[in-house]
Design a protein around this ligand. Structure first.
Ligand SMILES: [Zn+2]
Ligand SMILES: [Zn+2]
Length: 269
């Protein structure tokens, strides 16, 4: 069986871009890094822009689309987004976008993609699950809550990339103005470490080998806190005092928990 791989070029409010490596090339998830930075980080992971066969977008916040216009000037593949997501942006309305409704399934480059609604303060936000040849990746960022449909969609993936945005106490005691705190904490904001840990309990199964903490706030969180929070909810043991990874072994089964970074690209095999 050839596996799916997840390449994360960057995750967080400074720019989001990831790539799903499937049987027929790469599917880019969001274009929130400059083209130059995208190419640089792809090269670091041994990836080529020629292999990007499609691009899917989660929502229209600038940290997810600010590189899209320039990227599409140099690249001819199809862009998929939910109805209204890119057409709501004047600068992107000219892109040849294939629109879908959340809940639709897509088939791109040999990968079956299940879309689902996320809960975020934009027009029509979505998350994705990617399946090919018996392998699966669940992808959920920028959502203040996960619906039952989202949970059902994301359950039982081998790789789960799940937002763990903020520590509530750090956010409350931090410098963000009150309105911004409320926005982040709201049902249309971002998942906290505690919310993500609760969701992980429902989503992680014997099949799950990799749990990646996504979209970690640089001001109101620390990567080690996300790992510790996931680890304590799932009964995993920290690999080191720094809390940079945790592992749970049950019989033949091994789950690894790691944080995604804003600046350092990573590949999840
Ligand atoms: Zn974002
Ligand atoms: Zn967002």
């Amino acid at each position: 069986m050839s596996r799916l791989h997840l390449h994360i070029l960057g995750s967080g409010s400074k720019g989001n871009c990831a790539l799903i490596e499937g049987p027929q090339g790469l599917i880019m998830v969001d274009g929130g890094l400059s083209r130059r930075e995208t190419l640089k980080r792809m090269a670091e992971l041994g990836l080529s822009a020629d292999d990007v066969s499609a691009l899917v977008v989660t929502h229209e916040h600038s940290d997810h689309i600010k590189g899209l216009e320039v990227w599409c000037k140099h690249w001819n593949g199809p862009v998929f987004s939910s109805r209204g997501t890119l057409t709501s942006k004047e600068s992107l309305a000219h892109l040849p976008v294939e629109e879908f409704d959340p809940g639709d399934t897509l088939s791109i480059a040999g990968v079956h993609i299940q879309t689902y609604s996320t809960s975020h303060d934009v027009v029509n936000p979505v998350g994705y699950r990617f399946d090919a040849q018996g392998d699966s990746i669940g992808f959920a960022t920028d959502t203040g809550a996960l619906s039952k449909h989202a949970i059902d969609t994301l359950k039982d993936c081998r790789i789960l990339a799940l937002e763990s945005n903020h520590d509530v106490a750090m956010l409350r005691q931090g410098d963000y103005p009150r309105f911004l705190q409320e926005r982040i904490l709201s049902v249309k904001g971002h998942l906290s470490n505690d919310q993500a840990a609760d969701a992980a309990r429902a989503l992680v199964t014997d099949r799950t080998e990799q749990l990646i903490a996504m979209h970690i706030s640089q001001d109101n969180n620390r990567p080690s806190l996300t790992v510790k929070s996931y680890a304590s909810s799932l009964g995993a043991t920290l690999d080191n005092e720094l809390g940079s990874a945790a592992t749970r072994v049950e019989g033949l089964h091994k789950l690894t928990i790691r944080p995604a970074g804003q600046y350092r690209p990573m590949t999840i095999q």
